[in-house]
Design a protein. Structure first.
Length: 220
């Protein structure tokens, strides 16, 4: 079986922090999937994005090509592994061509637990409002556990490394979080969550934070 999935995005975002920064993005792409004889699918993804800022020197065009495979066993596991190249062509400055890769997997060993794992190495998302270009290497892991029918525990951890193009700045961010969600009844839900963030950089000062939140939600 052969399938084609097109996509198109258009966005405009702005914020004021010292000066007003506005970005307009137009993007589009196509994903081609070939599944011979109901075995693992062969996947090819093509994508391009044009970013225009009110700071003209930051305008850039992005292109990405990924090729790989994906497979799944219904309600048990699935995975995806893609690799390719990405290019960023700024209107001022030299273009960048980098190898990229992404992988993701999930596993449901029983009716109570689910595990997820993902990794990526790419140029930062052009849809993010940020004029500082960098490569991003990210690893994420998660675990969800149904303690009871109305109580769910979720935990996750991630580490992200940013390597900036235009400055000798390297930054690593580690995040870990856990949340307990308790459905008291049909109308009332209580959640308690904890998150830890740590930032290490070769130029900036190290920083970390602890965030604890409690939420009570009523649904009439």
């Amino acid at each position: 079986m052969f399938t084609l999935t097109p996509d198109f995005t258009a966005a405009q975002t702005s914020y004021t922090q010292g000066q007003t920064l506005t970005a307009r993005q137009l993007g589009g792409g196509i994903t081609m999937r070939f599944t011979p004889d109901a075995i693992a699918s062969l996947v090819t993804s093509l994508h391009a994005t044009s970013s225009r800022y009110n700071i003209a020197a930051e305008n850039a065009d992005d292109y990405a090509v990924l090729i790989g495979m994906a497979d799944h066993a219904e309600n048990i596991w699935n995975f995806r592994l893609l690799a390719g190249v990405a290019a960023r062509a700024p209107h001022i400055g030299k273009p960048r061509l980098l190898p990229i890769a992404e992988a993701a997997a999930s596993w449901l060993p029983d009716e109570l637990d689910s595990f997820t794992l993902s990794a990526a190495h790419e140029i930062e998302d052009p849809n993010q409002l940020d004029t500082a270009s960098y490569t991003r290497t990210e690893l994420q892991a998660g675990w969800d556990r149904e303690l009871r029918r109305n109580i769910i525990l979720t935990s996750s951890a991630s580490t992200t490394k940013a390597d900036f193009f235009s400055a000798p700045l390297k930054e690593t961010i580690f995040t870990a979080s856990s949340a307990l969600v308790w459905h008291l009844n049909r109308h009332l839900k209580f959640a308690a969550a904890y998150q830890f963030n740590d930032r290490q950089a070769n130029i900036l000062r190290a920083a970390n934070e602890h965030v604890l939140t409690f939420t009570l939600t009523w649904m009439p």
